[in-house]
Design a protein. Structure first.
Lengths: 57, 535
């Protein structure tokens, strides 16, 4: 899907609904993916680091 | 512009690939959703077969069928299969099918990631199930994997850890996809507070998943290093703390309970208004109550471990925070009841399962409140009362939610109506036997029968027999579901209207039946969205 779907949404959108451009949607997809991944990685690494610090005291 | 539009539309309306390629290389949300649901169904029956072994062994006192090691591996594997293989993939399958259709989006935002998330699962569960055949047998220390017991597993230990990692990776990737889809691919005009409750509950569930699955992964990674690399995170002999594992595990484990139940709240919030022919009472309150439950789920974990020994202040904190959850949950139950009030109610199978959910999940909630009371918990801890409690939440809660969803949306998926009589038989047999199965376990627990034992004192015999009969009945009744679905798909009566249910609202009901392979290549109009969102 990717680019193709984003364009389909843009091209076929019924007027007069205001909606974001494909580029802005693509940016949104990338940013949300990165943020969600960072949350997951953060919790994983964070907990292990916390446990290592605790164990080293 | 028009030419471009046509080109796009033409490309979007190609059909599915043929043969095995359609499924192995699947990127279509409906195909992937179907695979998730079939996978979950298989896991339910494997996990269910393990439950049958457990109930057969417990039918009477003494050792009958399996040795204690196998019994313990059955309880452990049953839980892992049902939670990670059954309920979670079933919800992900439903999310895949419904979220794009309900949001007016053509597909999930990250379809290749979607394919990858699914195809991890068969490998994870093949690995887990193959541990039944290695020396020392399958994991038998309970699904909670508490050290030091879990470290005594034989060759199955690394298999357990790796399969948990794979399941976790699959869930995290699936959740990222759900979040990205909901945040970015909503049709123009589909504001957050116009979204169907099923989408809302899944958005919140997905945030819970990306927060807590990595914590489980971290905990089992530390178990692995304790076992093979000489660390002592949880080994008292090396200065570690086994209780710390319990804290970490339940920091994951309690939100996990809500991961299993929140999407069911969403389904019930769709089904009850449809069959009451009324808008959902208190839509926004439902959204905020769901978010509150999710937030509270992060600060209640130690109610699972009151008896390990913790300061009085901690016990009070976790007792009171747990009780707080009753408030948003009460808001939900009140709103569902208020939706029913003076509605024009009819009792089709999805509604029957939703109503049973309402009553029986509430029983699970009440026994949860009893368990939250610290001094009382000292009595209930590790007894069959706990088993009764969480099965009331998970079976007539989560699993009935899944059944309600399947019976509600199956006509939209297949374009055909299933056999109503058989579906009602499925409901009544399930609803009766689930109570025969689990209600006596409250009595057994209060009388002092411990959980996770293959043998018991003779005074527990009668209620165990009743419970086992309920278990066999419930297990047999479930064979109806795949038959009903198969019969519907191959020889059901075609549904001509877009709406299979006259009271249904939402964008999925504005699509033809069966839903086309590509749903919303042309986004729905604002008027259509507003009509669907008439809550």
């Amino acid at each position: 899907m990717g680019t193709h779907t984003l364009e389909a949404i843009a091209v076929n959108a019924p007027e007069p609904v205001q909606q974001p451009s494909p580029a802005s949607r693509r940016r949104g997809v990338i940013i949300t993916t990165v943020v969600a991944s960072l949350i997951a990685i953060g919790f994983y690494v964070g907990f292990i680091v916390m446990m290592v610090l605790r164990a080293s005291h | 512009m028009a030419e471009h539009s046509h080109a796009t539309a033409d490309h979007d309306h190609h059909g599915p690939a043929h043969g095995w390629r359609r499924w192995v290389y699947a990127t279509n949300h409906k195909d992937i959703g179907t695979m998730y649901l079939i996978f979950a169904g298989i896991a339910f029956f494997i996990g269910g077969a393990m439950a049958m072994v457990i109930r057969a062994e417990l039918f009477q006192p003494g050792m009958q069928l399996v040795d204690p090691q196998v019994f313990n591996s059955m309880t452990t594997m049953h839980a892992l299969m049902m939670i990670f293989g059954g309920v979670m993939p079933a919800w992900t399958g439903l999310a895949n099918w419904m979220i794009p259709m309900q949001l007016g989006a053509p597909d999930m935002a990250l379809p290749r990631l979607n394919n990858f998330s699914f195809w991890i699962l068969p490998f994870a569960f093949t690995l887990l199930l193959s541990s039944l055949f290695v020396p020392g047998g399958a994991p038998a220390g309970g699904w909670t994997m508490y050290p030091p017991l879990v470290l005594q597993n034989g060759a199955s230990f690394p298999m357990l850890i790796f399969s948990i990692h794979l399941m976790g990776a699959s869930s995290i990737l699936g959740s990222i996809n759900v979040i990205v889809t909901i945040m970015n691919l909503r049709a123009p005009g589909m504001t957050l507070l116009r979204m169907p409750l099923f989408v809302w509950t899944w958005l919140i569930t997905a945030y819970l998943l990306i927060a807590v699955m990595p914590v489980l992964a971290g905990a089992v990674t530390m178990l692995l290093t304790d076992h093979y690399f000489g660390t002592t995170f949880f080994t008292a002999a090396g200065g570690g703390d086994p209780v710390m594992f319990q804290h970490i595990f339940w920091f994951f484990g309690h939100p996990e309970v809500y991961i299993l139940i929140l999407p069911a709240f969403g389904v019930v919030s769709e089904v009850i208004p449809t069959f009451s022919r009324k808008p959902l009472f208190g839509y926004e309150a439902m959204v905020y109550a769901t978010a509150s439950i999710a937030f509270l789920s992060f600060i209640v974990w130690a109610h699972h471990m009151f008896t390990v020994g913790m300061p009085l202040a901690a016990q009070l904190f976790f007792m009171l925070s747990t009780m707080l959850i009753a408030i948003p949950t009460g808001v939900k139950v009140f709103n569902w009841t208020a939706t029913l009030y003076r509605g024009s109610i009819s009792f089709e199978p999805p509604m029957l399962f939703a109503l049973a959910f309402l009553f029986l999940f509430t029983i699970g909630g009440f026994s949860g409140l009893m368990l939250a009371i610290v001094p009382a918990d000292y009595q209930y801890q590790d007894t069959y009362f706990v088993v009764a409690h969480f099965h009331y939440v998970l079976v007539p809660g989560s699993v009935f939610g899944i059944f309600a969803a399947v019976y509600y949306w199956l006509p939209k998926w297949s374009g055909k109506m299933y056999n109503m009589t058989l579906a009602k038989w499925h409901f009544w047999l399930s609803a009766i036997f689930v109570n025969v199965l689990f209600f006596p376990q409250h009595f057994l627990g209060l009388a002092g029968m411990p959980r996770r034992i293959p043998d018991y004192a003779v005074q527990f015999t009668d209620w165990n027999m009743v419970s086992s009969i309920g278990g066999f009945g419930f297990g047999l009744a479930q064979l109806l579901l795949p038959y009903i679905v198969w019969k519907c798909v191959y020889s059901g009566v075609p549904v001509k209207e877009k709406k299979a249910w006259e009271g249904a609202h939402g964008l999925e009901w504005e699509l033809p039946s069966p839903a086309p392979y590509h749903s919303w290549s042309t986004p729905p109009s604002d008027a259509l969205i507003a009509r669907g969102a008439s809550h």
